[in-house]
Ligand binder design. Structure first.
Ligand SMILES: Cc1cc2nc3c(=O)[nH]c(=O)nc-3n(C[C@H](O)[C@H](O)[C@H](O)COP(=O)(O)O)c2cc1C
Length: 395
């Protein structure tokens, strides 16, 4: 499986002096759990927030801070690393990186690092919005330094705004993405996700239990493998992923329109992970319907997006989903043929850990030739297994 993994990777983690330094202790644990080896470099300021002892205990190796106590460690550490992560990256450290200043161990390691660097800025929103910081970040990005976060939210100072360090899970995913094969570069992948809402009147709608998690995971995984991604999403509670185009829609008609627009603009792959309604109310009343004792609703079939796109003259590779209650893949195989899909992902939503609103999934990937059974795993990993099969079929 091409799923980018941190197994046996050597990570050099730089910790600079912000409140979020305590979160990097958890980051070390998660990196180690993923199979990476981790060496930690702390700035003098970082040591005032968290003790080196804590990082030594979780990384099970010596923490480095001084340029002068261990000569040439600023060359040795980066040259042995597959990836340098700096989390949190303070405004001060970002400024040094951007200006080529090397007056402590971390900034010297950054300058001598020939491999990939990922920074996770964290600071008060006023600092983050300062043009000096913005310019420094833009300059680093233009030189190929990768960035994850910061995110909006409540800050340690008690204020709200952009500046919160990315969550540990986000940093781990960004690290995996940094080391991933860019095997989908050149592809234009459109992913639909989440439920649709089919309105009866301005306040009531028919919908379903889809959380959007599988579709969002697919969009992130395709982005991480170098594809250009458009995520077309029904209403969900999920944060909007970075590094892709995002189109918010509500009903099946809106979703069809958005998909058709993307297909006409050259999408090469369409992944229909959204739970698009099968039926919509035959009539949508302009005002709120009166409450009555009983109500019979007339429903009409909602647009069948996959069948519509499959008939287009320049059609993308189409991947559909079949959420079933029961382990028989026969109905999914029929659905794939009938609708003109190239691949269908079957999941039995009654299986523990699979289906609606879970963070894991267990699926069977069907295509014309093969059934690929993918065991229970996080949805981001399931997404990579689906993209692995896509890559095999497209090459
Ligand atoms: C309580 C406290 C919290 C701080 N939090 C941050 C922060 O989140 N981000 C930041 O850029 N600087 C923060 N600073 C300022 C940095 O610690 C300061 O700029 C320091 O020189 C950074 O050094 P370093 O980049 O070498 O680690 C904080 C300072 C204090 C006293």
């Amino acid at each position: 499986m091409k799923n980018p993994s941190l197994k046996n990777k050597r990570v050099l983690l730089g910790v600079s002096g912000g409140i979020a330094a305590y979160k990097s202790v958890e980051l070390v644990r998660r990196l180690k759990d993923s199979g990476a080896s981790v060496s930690v470099v702390m700035t003098e300021a970082a040591r005032r927030f968290v003790t080196p002892l804590t990082f030594e205990a979780v990384s099970r190796s010596k923490v480095h801070s001084s340029l002068f106590d261990e000569p040439l460690v600023h060359i040795a550490l980066p040259s042995e690393a597959d990836l340098l992560i700096v989390a949190p990256a303070t405004a001060n450290t970002i400024g040094k990186f951007s200006n080529g200043i090397a007056d402590d161990l971390l900034s010297a390691c950054f300058l001598s690092c020939a491999g990939k660097t990922l920074i996770a800025p964290a600071m008060n929103w006023r600092m983050y919005e300062n043009p000096a910081v913005r310019e420094n970040l833009a300059r680093l990005a233009s030189r190929g330094v990768l960035q994850v976060g910061p995110e909006p939210g409540s800050l340690a100072c008690g204020e709200e705004g952009p500046g919160r360090m990315a969550e540990v899970q986000e940093i781990i995913e960004a690290a995996r993405a940094a080391l991933a094969d860019k095997d989908l570069r050149g592809e234009r992948v459109v992913v639909t996700a989440g439920p649709t809402r089919e309105y009866l009147d301005p306040v009531r709608f028919l919908s379903n239990r889809s959380s959007g998690k599988m579709g969002y995971a697919l969009a992130r995984a395709a982005r991480d493998r170098g594809a250009g991604v458009t995520l077309i999403s029904g209403p969900t509670a999920l944060p909007r992923p970075s590094g892709m185009d995002f189109v918010a829609v509500e009903d099946s008609a809106g979703m069809l329109e958005a998909v058709q627009r993307e297909v006409s603009q050259g999408a090469t792959v369409l992944i229909m992970a959204a739970a698009v309604a099968d039926y919509a109310p035959a009539e949508r009343s302009a005002g709120k319907r009166e409450k009555s004792r009983d109500l019979s609703l007339e429903l009409k079939a909602a647009p069948d997006i996959i069948s519509t796109v499959a008939k287009a003259s320049r059609r993308p590779f189409i991947i559909g989903f079949a959420a079933e209650t029961g382990g028989n893949t026969g109905r999914a195989a029929e659905k794939m043929k009938k609708k003109g899909m190239d691949m269908i992902v079957f999941n039995d939503v009654t299986e523990p850990g699979a289906g609606f609103d879970t963070d894991t999934n267990k699926v069977v990937i069907l295509d014309g030739n093969r059934e690929t059974h993918v065991g229970l795993m996080p949805k981001y990993d399931t997404a990579h297994a689906i993209l692995d099969r896509l890559f095999e079929m497209k090459t």
